[in-house]
Design a protein around this ligand. Structure first.
Ligand code: DQA
Length: 141
């Protein structure tokens, strides 16, 4: 069975209680549960990893490169400045879909820049919990 990995970066473990006006009140475990169920309905096994630490995210991307057919990545604030995560995405051959709950382009200016977008297969931003389902869907097509 083909496998998809969902990776969440810093502070995303607090979604549900963190700034609900921006990120919604659905807790992250529920959001992930729905994305995993969607992947299952398309015949994909889907697993989840979250870390608040840049190096752990990089290690996970490296370790996943031979095991998964694609990765959904919400790098959180690392999206906007982590060249190390960008290089890790470039270093692996499997497709990575960038995902954001909020529409980053409708927010503060520093969020308008994604240093990972150019090395990702594509990006989904602004659809709340459904952003994850849409990103998983992109990897199942
Ligand atoms: C986010 C957007 C980022 O700008 C922010 O730092 C996050 C969450 C989102 O999912 O909307 O932590 O990636």
């Amino acid at each position: 069975m083909k496998k998809i990995l969902i990776v969440n970066g810093p502070n995303l473990n607090l979604v549900g209680e963190r700034e609900p006006g921006i990120y919604g009140s659905d807790a992250m475990p529920n959001i992930i549960k729905k994305a995993i169920a969607f992947a299952g309905s398309k015949g994909f096994e889907c697993t989840y990893f979250q870390s608040n630490h840049e190096g752990e995210i990089i290690d996970k991307l490296h370790a996943s490169r031979l095991e998964y057919s694609g990765i959904v990545l919400n790098a959180g604030a690392f999206t906007h400045y982590s060249y190390a995560i960008r290089d890790a995405i470039s270093a692996i051959k499997i497709p990575v879909v960038e995902v954001h709950l909020s529409n980053v382009f409708a927010r503060e200016e520093f969020r308008h820049t994604s240093v990972i977008a150019a090395v990702c297969k594509g990006s989904v931003s602004g659809f709340g919990a459904n952003s994850y389902i849409l990103a998983v869907q992109a990897l199942t097509l």
